[in-house]
Structures are given as C-alpha cells and as structure tokens.
Design a protein around this ligand. Structure first.
Ligand SMILES: *[C@@H]1O[C@H](CO)[C@@H](O)[C@H](O)[C@H]1NC(C)=O
Length: 310
C-alpha cells in the first residue's frame, strides 16, 4: 500500500515538474536551423509552419524545444521580426488570469500599459485628441490622420502611463514626451481612409514599468473574435471627451458583413470599399464603438500567457 502511494506521488511530481518547465520554455526565443530564421518556442498546434511539415509526405519533423504541453510538443516556430523583438520587451511570465470585464467602462490602472495619449497645442494647454500604442522604447503607432489635424495642428506631445488625464490623484505614473519625428504611411492620402497609419518618434526612450510597456503587433490572420478598444474619446452619454481611459469589448466582423455596412460611406473616404487585404473590421451588435478622440488607439486582445497584441 505504502509503496503504491509513493509511486503515484512520484508520477504526479514528474507530471507537475514537466508542466512547469514547459511553461517556462513556451515563449522563449529559438533559432530554426532549417530555415535559418529566428523563432519562438510554441505549442505545435499553434504553429502553421510545423503543422505544414507534419502534413508533408513523407512528413518532416519540426524542431523540438524539448517539452510538452499535454500531448503537444513545443516546437521552434519561425516568427516575424516584430514578434521576436517584442519578446525582448516581454520575457515570458508566469501565467496570471484576471477576471474579464466587458462593456464601455473605465479601464483599470496598469491594464493597458501600451496606451498613449497624443497631444496638440502649447505645453501650458495641451489638448489630448488621439490615442496610440507604444510598440518599442521610442515609437508610438497611431493613425495617420492624427499626425496633422485641421483644428489643432501637428501632434506635439505624447503621454504614457496615464489613466485619468485630468488628475494626478489616480494610480498612474505618467511620463510625458515631445514628438521628435513622424512617419506617415507613404500611400496615405487624406481624406481617404486607406493606409491611415503612422509612427511617432519620442524625444527619448520611455522607462518601462508596470504602467508603461510596449504592445506586440499581431502580424497574421486570423484574428481572435473577442477584442477590445481603448481611448479617451467622447463617452456616449456625456458627449465630452473622457479624462479617464475607457475600454469596450468588440468583436471581429467578417469582410462580407463589414463591406455591406460601409456600402454608403462617402466615395472620398473609401473609394474602393473595404479592402480585405489591408483592413480589418470589428464592431458590436449594440453599436458600441470608438468615438472621435479615440482615433489612433489600439484594437487589442490579451494573450493568456503574456501580452497585449495590437
Ligand atoms: C459573415 O458574418 C455574418 C454575420 O455574422 C454571417 O451571417 C455570414 O455567414 C458570415 N460570412 C462568412 C463568409 O463567413
């Protein structure tokens, strides 16, 4: 009896140990020898490259990272450069699960550490009218139409790490920057809504903390169904910009539905309709949406293990 118990305990410990190890290895950087590409250790089930190798006849063995998650091996999966770089900002952490909160409501402190507020006007009276995402030490990703505005001029300021723009009594650690440089997508041409994307360079590196962290870019299709948007835009009822960062859950909308919904948008803005190759739609059945002032802000989702993707 005693021996049998000891034996099960032994098995259990091996099982637990190997899972902990797998959690540590998942998300680590690796190098795919065959293709000579940088990669990340991930569950084979999430790696199209490895799945393609296994489908070939005769099948080829993907490069192992050494551990298993359940029955699935961790394999070294080639990833785009942006994703690899982002791993250096987000070393894999122990998983933590927070309760999900839905609806257009106030964001929590440290919940969206990549969220940037873009400001216009003089230093003494900055107006915050656009959002953006921190994607590295010095760069903010935003909308091209946020760079130069008709009413407020060029974007001049960036604030990171803030929650309520109007108070310093909230749980926030704001860092403020001057805009050094802007790069618009070369094909962006106002007032068209195509290629409406730009980079803003800060005057110095951001200090990363629990309040300020870059997001990783989502680089391929498909995208998850459940996402969220954040911004300091007009709150539906109050009608004036919110000083507190707001969030709303929204859902992926397929191209057919999206194209139909935008059929009547002015020719100047979307002369070729919604382009599935370069645009992505998300919305909410109750019309929940972003508002003026939210422009440039992220569409994002949280990955179970480590990060927010843009
Ligand atoms: C797109 O979404 C609509 C509404 O959810 C659905 O009825 C339709 O079948 C979908 N079309 C495709 C091609 O998935």
């Amino acid at each position: 009896m005693m021996t049998k118990n000891m034996f099960s305990l032994f098995i259990l410990m091996i099982f637990v140990n190997s899972n902990v190890l797998a959690l540590e290895i998942e998300g680590r950087r690796c190098f795919v020898q065959k293709t000579r590409q940088a990669g990340i250790c991930m569950n084979v089930d999430n790696c199209d490259y490895a799945k393609d190798l296994l489908k070939q006849k005769p099948w080829k063995r993907p490069q192992h990272c050494g551990e298993f998650i359940g029955i699935y091996p961790l394999v070294c999966c080639p990833r785009p450069r942006s994703e690899i770089v982002c791993q250096t900002f987000h070393p894999p952490k122990e998983p933590c699960i927070k309760p999900e909160i839905s609806g257009g409501e106030k964001s929590l402190s440290k919940e969206f550490p990549h969220m940037a507020a873009l400001g216009y006007g003089e230093k003494s009276s900055i107006m915050w009218f656009c959002g953006g995402s921190l994607i590295s030490e010095k760069y903010i990703l935003t909308a091209a139409h946020c760079i130069k505005t008709k009413n407020y001029g060029m974007v001049r300021w960036v604030r990171l790490g803030d929650l309520d723009l109007a108070t310093d009594k909230d749980d926030a650690q704001p860092q403020e920057f001057r805009v050094m440089q802007t790069h618009l997508h070369p094909k962006y041409k106002a007032p068209s809504h195509y290629h409406d994307i730009a980079l803003v360079r800060l005057d110095r590196s951001a200090r990363f903390s629990d309040y300020v962290q870059p997001a990783c870019l989502h680089t391929e299709r498909p995208v998850p169904r459940d996402m969220s948007v954040t911004g300091w835009g007009k709150a539906e009822i109050a009608g004036s910009p919110s000083s507190h960062l707001l969030k709303a859950d929204i859902y992926y909308v397929n191209h057919t539905t999206c194209a139909a919904a935008h059929a009547s948008v002015k020719q100047t803005r979307l002369p070729n309709g919604i382009l599935n190759d370069i645009q992505l739609c998300a919305g909410h059945p109750e019309g929940r949406d972003t508002c003026p002032g939210d422009s440039g802000g992220p569409l994002q989702y949280k990955i179970y293990k480590f990060l927010w993707y843009f």
